[in-house]
Design a protein around this ligand. Structure first.
Ligand SMILES: Nc1ncnc2c1ncn2[C@@H]1O[C@H](COP(=O)(O)OP(=O)(O)OP(=O)(O)O)[C@@H](O)[C@H]1O
Ligand SMILES: CC(=O)N[C@H]1[C@@H]2OC[C@@H](O2)[C@@H](O)[C@@H]1O[C@H](C)C(=O)O
Length: 398
């Protein structure tokens, strides 16, 4: 037997695994690195986060990615080169963290790498009937494995697409295994560049699980804060809080097919970008709006579309607790607006469930890898959007 395969075989049979989850999302703020200890698999998985760090991307690295990010037309050589380059850079970021944490690479069983999404094209968005849903994550797993010497599982979203999904949201699998609780209806809202949520029924029945993207989270707020205030994001939402939302612009922003198409659905910066807002400004004759008022309007846009998606898909006559994660949880203007729209919900930070909100997505990829080697497919009842599968491709270091 190939010794690497043998190693993996033993790993699959052992009771506990140490897995590093890697996530770099649509905000391009950096690489989230979560070292997790996972015991068991499936609904009996027990996970503890031993270490967590976000390694910020340098402005140069961000610009390299931006040159191919969510663009229909790109320099193809740049994409070809970024695929190994991001893998190698991510590998080195892991090694640097391990050194800081004083943990030898040999003590790590697996890396679970999401990669960098560069383009997301669900059918509902591209509209080309002869093509399937499409999504592309780069930063190849072979390069991470060879750079770190650690078996790497990567490219999770393709199996989801192959099984009929849109390639996202995939956090739902880990959400269900780690955070569903008998007797409590939970909504786990993640506000990164794009916002999404998972609904976990208090029945704990996997077939009642629901997940969808809702539209923009921070992505438009970041873009206009950068443009007008030369800062990476609207810290704590203070700029938006100093402005006044503009109703006709808000109306124009919501006038898009994404918001009327059926749930579940996914989206990305291919749709929600600066040009999207500029078009809505033209449509509502608000081109000269004050930057703070624009941010206040965009904050309402995110909050309204998040609350609308929840109200349209979940029966609100029952008691619900909403747990928030992702960078948007730090934005008080956004959080305040969401609470105003679902006044009966108890809103708590993800931390209450034992995982820090900023670490959640990286942790969930570690859990997906754990399922790939030691678990199996949970039966979500063939429900559209949550295929019953395990995901990821395995890369050996040698
Ligand atoms: N203190 C803060 N105040 C306001 N916003 C914040 C704060 N800290 C982080 N953010 C926001 O969170 C963003 C990063 O969030 P996160 O890392 O969850 O996104 P992501 O994982 O890149 O996106 P996605 O989940 O869509 O892939 C920042 O770009 C910023 O907009
Ligand atoms: C294609 C892609 O990378 N989508 C991301 C993005 O960021 C948030 C939202 O859009 C979500 O659907 C997804 O990530 C999370 C981790 C998911 O798949 O659950």
């Amino acid at each position: 037997m190939n010794p690497q395969l043998e190693k993996l075989y033993h790993l699959a049979g052992s009771s506990t695994r140490r897995i590093i989850g890697l996530m770099s999302g649509t905000s391009l703020d950096g690489l989230d690195i979560a070292l997790c200890r996972i015991t068991g698999s499936g609904l009996t998985s027990e996970l503890s986060v031993e270490q967590f760090a976000t390694v910020p991307y340098s402005e140069d690295f961000r610009d390299e990615i931006r040159s191919v990010f969510a663009r229909k037309e790109i320099d193809f050589q740049q994409l070809c080169l970024l695929n190994p380059y991001i893998g190698i850079r991510h590998g080195h970021m892991v090694l640097d963290c391990l050194q800081t944490w004083n943990i030898p690479a040999q003590d790590i069983d697996l890396i679970a790498s999401h990669g960098q999404t560069v383009y997301h094209a669900p059918k509902k968005q591209h509209g080309l009937t002869r093509f399937p849903n499409g999504t592309l994550q780069i930063g190849d797993g072979d390069h991470i494995a060879v750079t770190t010497g650690i078996i790497t599982i990567s490219d999770f979203r393709q199996k989801h697409v192959a099984a009929g999904g849109e390639g996202a949201p995939v956090a739902v699998y880990g959400d269900y295994l780690l955070f569903s609780k008998k007797g409590e209806n939970r909504i786990l809202l993640n506000m990164g560049g794009i916002a999404n949520f998972t609904y976990l029924s208090g029945s704990q029945d996997a077939r009642e699980v629901f997940t969808t993207d809702t539209g923009p989270g921070n992505i438009l707020l970041d873009a206009f804060t950068r443009l007008y205030f030369h800062k990476p994001f609207d810290e704590n939402g203070t700029l938006a809080a100093a402005g006044t939302p503009h109703e006709s612009l808000l109306h124009a922003l919501k006038d898009h097919a994404f918001f009327t198409s059926d749930f579940p659905k996914t989206t990305g910066p291919e749709v929600f970008n600066i040009e999207y807002v500029r078009r809505a400004q033209q449509q509502s004759s608000t081109e000269t709006i004050e930057p703070r008022d624009l941010l206040a309007t965009l904050t309402r846009f995110s909050a309204d579309t998040i609350a609308d998606a929840i109200k349209k898909t979940i029966h609100l006559d029952q008691y619900h607790t909403l747990y928030v994660s992702g960078g948007g949880a730090h934005n008080r203007a956004l959080m305040g607006e969401i609470q105003r729209q679902v006044p009966d919900f108890k809103i708590l930070p993800m931390q209450e469930l034992g995982v820090a909100g900023d670490a959640k997505e990286a942790v969930l990829f570690a859990l997906l890898a754990n399922e790939t080697v030691a678990g199996g497919a949970v039966d979500f009842g063939g429900r559209q959007g949550v295929p019953s599968i395990t995901m990821g491709k395995i890369s050996f270091p040698g």
